[in-house]
Design a protein around this ligand. Structure first.
Ligand code: ASP
Length: 584
């Protein structure tokens, strides 16, 4: 038997018991006649004591040869500690070791395996298995497990069935590129890895499964952005015979259950906001509503005052930054530089101080009098001591820029409290989205999303105005879930493909199986998918998803531990009938 207890188990009431423990050597203090060792496993740390007076010479000798991260087994007696450690659950006791067995030696680890480590990100990724021995990383994985189990139990309790769908499939469009896998047996042909199980879950509805979910890996070959993973996990769900309202109720239930179970929070009914309203009030379809700084349109009070920049602008929009009058001139200049960075892309920023004496001081005093500025304050709901920040230009761009500024300021002002949770449904998304590059409309969600009832005809006349039966669940400024009611008849689906620029042949080749299935009695259906990695990070009060993934990829999409992706050798290539023709 390797152990009678784990390293988090023992307390004062175990004193005088003989126990066997196994684990890793975390720390060694060698005083010659006395040696203390911290022994670690997943459950905790227990202090071991080797005493020249009471342990055998052989044991003392073996103990003096221990190194960090050696794997050992000890047998001994639980004794009360003389100097207790209140930081440690096992801090009242220690083990007086009788026998020590070295199960495996270890190289000196490249970084310290303690809560605070000296290892940089790259090094810790290369030796992720060592990083996982650290409590903060381990705790995150345990936390993720708890969230997954809570989701599984809840959905299972609501009669959802977890069904596995294949990974080797044909393209499912979610707006990214596919990762592809060559087929050896079908020379020259490729599988695609699923961007989501979208078509399969719809087929499960045609198959009468009624309520499906799956905690499932999805793969998207996208340009890498900070904290995005090429493979990630979704809680993927689909239901038959449902309206949008049924879906919102069901998954609001799941989310509320998670907040209660995981964070102990009772959250009121989630507010709902249309996409148009979210864009108008926050410039963003996933607004963080934990704090104010709502957008105010200033056109009526900012144009026709001979200020060319505003006169030429489609939209002039401002926010009131709480307490922002305290910013120094230098700090404001830095903010202006911040919005002018290429990542944000504003041409400049107009600001107005709401001074303590009730007067206003703006960067455009030449054009605007106190009355104008006071009306800006009224519209933005600025109070004495605030700073009004104003951007102008083309509507979509300005909204995106001011939204970025709003989030940045909230971050700087400490308004994004990690332990506050503000969920929100955003509904009535546009069905289509104009794509400048290809000069055509794309499905905003995906091509299987149904338009709102009665809106199909609008497709011919004003496609950009068609609203979809699509919704997102937003939590603290993050889209944590999104879904839609689906098209479930062949006619509408093929019309949609046609509209999105698929030729009938292309639509048939790619999605013939789905349209065929729709002819065999497809029930009305709809669903949603949550991004599990992000959900777990947010519930954990953090934002970096990598910290909650056991073996994440770095920002260049590489696994630096196993060194992937990697070239394959010529034999393997020729077996696959592939030839590399790399451009220099
Ligand atoms: N398949 C969709 C996605 O990955 C979710 C859904 O529509 O249910 O975003």
């Amino acid at each position: 038997m390797y152990r009678t207890h784990n390293n988090g188990d023992l307390r004062l009431n175990h004193v005088a018991q003989n126990v066997v423990l196994s684990g890793w050597v975390q720390k060694i203090r060698n005083k010659g006649f006395m040696i203390w060792v911290d022994l670690r496993d997943r459950y905790g740390v227990t202090q071991l004591m080797f005493d020249a007076d009471r342990s055998t010479k052989q044991t003392m000798e073996a103990a003096s040869k221990l190194g960090r991260e050696f794997v050992i087994q000890v047998a001994g007696q639980v004794i009360e500690r003389e100097s207790k450690n209140p930081q440690l659950p096992t801090g009242d006791i220690e083990i007086l070791v009788e026998t020590l067995t070295i199960l495996n030696s270890a190289l000196t680890p490249p970084f310290t395996i303690e809560d605070q480590t000296d290892g940089g990100e790259d090094l810790r990724m290369k030796y992720r298995y060592l990083d996982i021995r650290r409590k903060p990383v381990r705790d995150n994985l345990v936390f993720r497990h708890k969230v997954s189990m809570t989701v599984r139990n809840y959905l299972s309790g609501q009669s959802f069935i977890e069904v596995e769908t294949p990974y080797l499939i044909k393209s499912t469009p979610e707006g990214a590129r596919d990762f592809v896998v060559p087929s050896r047996m079908n020379s020259g042909q490729f599988y695609a890895l699923p961007q989501s199980p979208q078509t399969f879950k719809q087929l499960l509805m045609v198959g009468g499964m009624d309520k499906y979910f799956q905690i499932v890996k999805c793969f998207r070959d996208e340009d890498l952005r900070a904290d995005r993973q090429p493979e990630f996990t979704q809680i993927d769900c689909e239901m038959a015979f449902v309206t949008q309202e049924d879906i919102l109720q069901t998954f609001e239930g799941l989310t509320r259950h998670l907040l209660k179970e995981i964070r102990g929070l009772d959250v009121a009914e989630f507010p709902r906001m249309t996409y148009d309203e979210a864009m108008e009030r926050y410039g963003n379809d996933k607004p963080d509503i934990r704090f104010g700084m709502e957008f105010a349109t200033l056109n009526s009070r900012a144009q026709h005052r001979n200020f060319g920049v505003f006169d030429q602008a489609e939209l002039i929009v401002g926010i009131a930054v709480p307490g922002g009058n305290a910013f120094s001139r230098k700090e404001i200049d830095q903010l202006i530089d911040w919005v002018k960075r290429p990542q944000v892309g504003a041409m400049g920023m107009v600001y107005c101080r709401c001074q303590e004496d009730g007067s206003f001081k703006s960067s455009v005093d030449k054009f605007f009098d106190q009355e104008d500025l006071s009306s800006w304050a009224e519209l933005t709901q600025a109070k004495t001591g605030d700073l009004i920040c104003v951007l102008s230009g083309q509507t979509d761009k300005v909204r995106a820029q001011l939204s970025a500024l709003r989030m940045e300021l909230a971050e700087r002002l400490g308004l994004r409290h990690a332990n506050e949770f503000a969920p929100l449904w955003v509904v009535d998304f546009p069905l289509l989205e104009w794509d400048e590059d290809s000069q055509r409309y794309h499905a905003m969600h995906h091509p299987f999303t149904a338009p709102k009832p009665g809106q199909l005809a609008l497709l011919e006349t004003d496609p950009g105005a068609v609203k979809a039966n699509a919704y997102d669940l937003v939590l603290n400024g993050n889209e944590i879930g999104g879904g839609s009611i689906r098209i479930h008849d062949k006619g509408t689906q093929s019309k949609m493909f046609d509209y999105l620029g698929f030729t009938p042949e292309e639509a048939q080749a790619q999605f013939g199986f789905l349209m065929e299935a729709f002819q065999f009695g497809a029930p009305p259906h709809g669903g949603i998918a949550f991004g599990l990695d992000r959900l777990v990070a947010i519930l954990g009060g953090q934002e970096t998803i990598r910290d909650f993934i056991a073996f994440p990829k770095n920002n260049a999409g590489r696994d630096v531990m196993i060194d992937a992706p990697a070239p394959i050798d010529n034999d393997q290539l020729s077996e696959l009938n592939l030839r590399l023709d790399l451009k220099p």
